[in-house]
Design a protein around this ligand. Structure first.
Ligand SMILES: [Zn+2]
Length: 253
């Protein structure tokens, strides 16, 4: 059991966490963990009608309302959709957030995914986890902290890389018991849900989330699951802290 019970999901866009790891966040919340949901952007391209500022304001609010369901905090690093860069400015923002939150567990997007924003975010988070303890990286207002957090990568969208190859999760979390809360969190992102509703004429937003969780669940013979892979590079913790915290709900393959 860990003394530090802070978890940070740092994904590219508002609603990425709700699709990919919110169920696991609910389970950690029930175990007394402090929940932090961060996004690189405010989702400023997530509308065909509203301007960037207006949709950003709406989506920051939707993300904060979703985090609040878990008594959690929402953090936006104010990068721009499609223009998330692996550069000093972005890394400093990410390291600063990690030093503020001091998470024991971090969730990041899949290193290979359908959108480059996700892939760059994955790299930024990888480095931010590694660098948050380095004293020579000085950032005003925050102090370095150790150890390097447990870093988990979420599934890629539709679990394929850009060449169509399947990406298999090595860790699956049974989220069946908390699907109602995951759905409630996703539905906080009303602007996106409504947009898809108009396009598809049905609630494709919620349906696609459930289809994917159902597919992950099939792998371990439960109704719904979320899949992850752990960062096992040098210096990062290797033990599966999710398994220690959530016990039999976590399957390793
Ligand atoms: Zn995204």
């Amino acid at each position: 059991m860990s003394d530090n019970k802070a978890v940070l999901s740092l994904m590219a866009h508002p609603d990425d966490a709700e699709f990919m790891c919110a169920g696991t966040l609910v389970l950690l919340h029930k175990k007394g963990w402090d929940i932090h949901i961060g996004t690189m952007t405010s989702g400023d391209c997530g509308s065909a009608e509203l301007g960037r500022e207006e949709i950003s304001r709406i989506r920051r609010n939707e993300a904060a309302v979703s985090a609040k369901i878990l008594d959690g905090s929402y953090h936006c690093l104010e990068c721009d959709d499609v223009f998330i860069m692996y550069d000093r400015q972005t890394l400093v923002k990410a390291i600063k957030l990690l030093r503020q939150v001091k998470p024991a567990v971090v969730f990041a997007p899949s290193p290979s995914d359908y959108m480059v924003d996700h892939e760059i975010t994955s790299k930024v988070v990888q480095t931010a986890c590694f660098a948050c303890g380095m004293p020579n990286i000085e950032i005003e207002g925050v102090d370095p902290f150790e150890p390097i957090p447990h870093l988990y990568y979420a599934d890629a969208l539709e679990s394929v890389d850009i060449l169509g190859n399947n990406i298999e999760p090595k860790i699956l979390v049974d989220i069946t018991s908390v699907m109602d809360t995951k759905e409630k969190m996703l539905c906080c992102h009303e602007s996106q849900r409504n947009w898809l509703m108009v396009h598809h004429g049905m609630d494709e937003y919620v349906l696609s989330m459930k289809r994917f969780a159902d597919d992950r669940g099939n792998k371990i013979h439960v109704k719904y699951a979320e899949g992850f892979r752990k960062h096992l590079g040098h210096g990062y913790p290797h033990d599966n802290i999710l398994r220690s915290e959530l016990g039999d709900l976590v399957f390793e393959r």
